[in-house]
Design a protein around this ligand. Structure first.
Ligand SMILES: [Zn+2]
Length: 478
């Protein structure tokens, strides 16, 4: 693992950004490792599953309020999401904070479908900085994980979401890289909700007689949702350029024996963030660590097979691209599975296993497991037993809690399998100071720790592949 990671996480591989030269070099390197392990190309043809991506170049939408044009990246900002769309309306719905909770529900009796909706970022804050939602100083997911708010609005059919933020200039600085990077999509969609982040000043212009500050105060005073129907002409034009780029998942397929129609999938993403000027994001932990673990597991099962101990079920060792762009390689695979998803027993996904997080500073003998009990109690038991018998790691289930604000269950490639009803386990060491920084370097990797975790994946896979009964899907937890 050390040898391979010193290659893949070196500057020569330019941070392995999806669609770029470094990613292609990494793909070729991984395919070579499968070949060296004696794994034939799948379907006697190739190690690659190729896919094409739409690259949307960043360009602020044009926005007019009462025919007055506002300035992108000053009065408002938006991420590249859609490519061609014009929307005009004479009515905007102010939906308070856009929160749906027992006891505080902005959506109750409100029809937001197909509307242009304005809402405030964050949540109502009472005196002494107490949140109305949590009743404590701690903030709820509605503040700390903005995606929850966006998803709720999207599900409810909002057409354009005007999110009022506290400080546009600060957001522009904090999110500079993301705002200036093109978006990548498997498919273009000019119909879903479009989000614009607007300044309080711009919100005040839209609200006319009301002011954002007054509304915030009123909500805090009454502790009740507050909504307004505003008559204002609002127009937005989106026109972003699109380019095409090709990428690939790299697959090593070890065919099983008497149960070969059934498949275990082992995944890790080999793409990372690329370069920014002279800075190379080598992503040794994220997810060079998982990538080299998958290579090692592939070699081990191939060796077992050569020596007459091959798995009964087939195993697909798949390193995917496009993860950092929105789990795209795995999304493509589950849409275009090479082996039927009905026959896919589970996906074991390894994403960051080479480092320690703050909670375990002096204890390398742990791993966070996420998702193992969500769809199949059998999978959870097998995983626990494999650890008890062979590896004795401290299995930390903190992030398996659906209320955990980090929402890691939704944030790596296994989730695309889980969405399709395929049981998953996500192996993860947690984030650390070098996460998504240029300092995520191979010198900082703890290979001993990685070895133990990789053995846990190995023993779990061995049991899943060789037991007579396929594990059952017997629950559906979030
Ligand atoms: Zn990752």
């Amino acid at each position: 693992m050390s040898k391979n990671l010193h290659v893949l996480a070196s500057d020569e591989y330019e941070g392995r950004e999806t669609g770029k030269k470094g990613q292609k070099m990494a793909a070729a390197y991984i395919a070579d490792q499968f070949k060296l392990a004696g794994i034939p190309p799948y379907m006697e043809n190739t190690y690659y599953q190729e896919f094409s991506l739409n690259v949307i170049l960043p360009e602020p939408a044009e926005v007019f309020v009462e025919r007055k044009q506002y300035t992108g990246n000053k009065d408002y900002y938006n991420y590249p999401e859609q490519t061609e769309r014009s929307i005009e309306t004479d009515s905007i719905l102010f939906l308070g904070y856009g929160i749906q909770e027992d006891g505080y529900n902005d959506y109750k009796n409100m029809d937001v479908n197909d509307k242009v909706v304005m809402m405030l970022a964050g949540e109502p804050i009472l005196k002494d900085s107490i949140s109305l939602i949590t009743g404590k100083k701690a903030r709820s997911l509605w503040s700390t994980y903005a995606k929850v708010k966006l998803e709720k609005a999207r599900e409810s059919g909002v057409k354009v979401l005007l999110m009022v933020v506290d400080d546009v200039a600060k957001d522009l600085l904090d999110n500079k890289h993301r705002l200036e990077s093109p978006a990548m999509k498997l498919e273009l969609n000019n119909e879903g909700m479009f989000i614009i982040y607007i300044s309080r000043q711009m919100a005040n212009d839209i609200l006319k007689k009301e002011k954002v500050e007054t509304l915030i105060q009123k909500i805090a005073d009454t502790k009740k949702p507050l909504h307004l129907a505003v008559k204002t002409n609002f127009e937005i034009n989106i026109k972003n350029k699109v380019q095409k780029v090709g990428s690939e998942n790299v697959l090593g397929y070890v065919e099983g024996s008497d149960l070969k129609e059934e498949l275990i999938v082992i995944t890790a993403h080999y793409d990372h963030l690329g370069v920014d000027g002279k800075i190379v994001y080598n992503g040794a932990d994220d997810d060079g660590s998982g990538t080299v673990a998958v290579i090692e597991l592939a070699k081990t099962f191939a060796k077992a097979k050569n020596e007459g101990h091959g798995p009964r079920r087939s195993i697909l060792f798949m390193t995917v691209a496009g993860e950092e762009k929105g789990l795209l390689g795995s999304a493509y695979y589950v849409k275009n599975p090479i082996y039927p998803l009905e026959n896919t027993v589970c996906d074991l996904n390894i994403d960051m296993i080479g480092r320690l997080d703050i909670k375990h500073e002096n204890n390398s003998n742990y791993i966070y497991l996420i998702g193992s009990d969500k769809l199949s109690s059998g999978l959870h038991t097998i995983s626990e037993n494999a650890n008890k018998m062979y590896t004795n790691l401290e299995l930390d289930y903190t992030f398996n809690d659906e209320k955990d604000k980090n929402r890691f269950y939704y944030r790596s490639d296994h989730y695309n399998f889980a969405k399709k009803g395929v049981p998953v386990i996500f192996y993860f060491n947690g984030v650390h100071a070098d996460y998504h920084k240029e300092t995520d370097e191979v010198e900082k990797i703890d290979f001993k720790k990685m070895e133990t975790i990789t053995r846990l994946v190995f023993f779990t896979t061995w049991e899943l592949a060789n037991r007579t009964e396929r594990i059952k899907v017997d629950s559906n937890k979030k």
